[in-house]
Design a protein around this ligand. Sequence first.
Ligand code: TYM
Length: 332
Amino acid sequence: MSVKRVLSGIQPTSDSFHLGNYLGAVKQWVDLQDGHDAFYCIVDLHALTGEIEPKLLRARTLSSAAQLLALGISPQKSTLFVQSQVPQHNQLGWLMECMAGFGEASRMTQFKDKSAKGGADSARVGLFTYPMLQAADILLYQADLVPVGEDQRQHIELTRDLAGRFNTRFGQTFTIPDNYILKTAAKIQDLQDPTSKMSKSSGSVAGVLELMDTPESNAKKIKSAATDAGREVIFDEKEKPGISNLLTIHSALSGQSIASIEKDFEGKGYGDFKTAVAEVVVEYFRPIRSMALELLNDEKHLLDLLHAGAHKAREVAATTLATAYENLGIVK
Ligand code: TYM
């Protein structure tokens, strides 16, 4: 059996990744590097569908690369690159737009949520066509697995539909990818509002744990996280969404099972528990943050790594695009 391909992407839309990005996705990216042929992409073109601030986009793209490396993405094991440096993403993106129906694109919940925020009329066309570019990201690499958080499930489903449709109509061209969504950490919730997901675009600064934030600030956010009625530390997503979220976070970072954490805090209150969670989070990310800051000091080194990644990515992407063009009857 040949080695499976993995592809995933992350938007450089914030100065720092948050804990949801890490536990829902990037942690799995790191694990999947071993035993798979992995491609990881900083999707700067997708980031253009939000507010564009040129200086910030540049800084955040580099900071995303530094964070991914510090979190354990190894350029020896996987191909790390910036989406815009591989023009085949736009080229296949157009083909995907020509495969997708207006109706199915209109049903994408990310588009509906994001466009509802600013009013549908002011939503940009790029936000609407975003999922077709994402499908191109995945299909260009013939990916078998796409490690993402729960919120991306629908986009992967669309990608599968578009690939299947293309293959049926124009001949075998794309691998149909499967999502790789971990049940345990697919949806990390906001610390202040544990019924909605931790998100870069959420208004709540206090509810979002940023990996590049100072250890003191993150400890403070965890200690002031919203908790639930009662005082027992038990996992119950319905009755105790706040405590359950903190249990998930503790368990994912410490490697301790939820049952054994519950046992450790039997007879103790929420205060002790939150102090322990803060300790786990802060100690986990302390060295990662330092390493990312150090990597950011050497911009040339970062750019060299990304250029080498893009070079490798372009080779694979060009082969897939050539097959797709040929199958469509596009003249060489
Ligand atoms: P983005 O940049 O918003 O998020 C990156 C990854 O983090 C996951 N995630 C979460 N997981 C658990 N709990 C949360 N609270 C949480 N918040 C975010 C996301 O599911 C994602 O896996 N459309 C994608 C980027 C993309 C992509 C791709 C992904 C573009 N092309 C191709 C996979 C394959 C996005 O907006 O991710």
